[in-house]
Design a protein. Structure first.
Length: 172
């Protein structure tokens, strides 16, 4: 429904003049095809969103997951939203924790996850502290550019491209 709110806000007030999404909609543009199917692929251009993963993340496991997702559900890599990687990562972390602890005992899994061990996921390394916060998580900013969802910040990070500084005119 966020995409519909963005569409309504932008069409009621004319073309957005900045390259960020309207207030309160910082997570909508990372929803891939679910977002662009409502606002329009061209209208998404210039919109930015912070996140910890995107379909172009340069990691072999992530690339394999995106390919398998597109093969099964169709579309293209830019249409795969971050929720897919987040859910997949949970499964990967739990698989590793169950293997390491020898079962599904919740207390053992929690102790293992909070022990400082570094695990792997399609979102990159995972290392929880004693409070359960993943201190290894990466933070990026992404932007829709010419129909593709691309990494733009940090500017010096591998895979980042220059920011599209002006939001292209909105179309109906």
């Amino acid at each position: 429904m966020l995409a519909a709110s963005v569409l309504a806000a932008c069409t009621s007030s004319g073309s957005p003049t900045t390259s960020t999404t309207p207030t309160g909609s910082s997570s909508g543009p990372d929803q891939g095809a679910a977002f662009t199917s409502v606002v329009g692929t061209g209208n998404a251009d210039g919109m930015m969103v912070p996140n910890g993963w995107y379909p172009g993340y340069r990691d072999a496991a992530s690339e394999r997951m995106v390919k398998e997702y597109v093969d099964q559900y169709g579309g293209n890599a830019s249409g795969v939203n971050a929720d897919v990687a987040e859910a997949y990562s949970v499964g990967q972390v739990m698989e590793q924790a169950i293997a390491a602890t020898g079962g599904t005992d919740n207390a053992k899994i929690i102790a293992y996850l909070h022990s400082g061990v570094t695990l792997t996921s399609v979102q990159g390394p995972v290392r929880f502290d004693a409070l359960g916060e993943n201190g290894s998580a990466s933070a990026f900013v992404f932007q829709w550019q010419h129909g593709s969802f691309v990494q733009v910040l940090p500017a010096n990070a591998a895979g980042s491209v220059p920011i599209l500084a002006a939001k292209p005119p909105w179309s109906s």
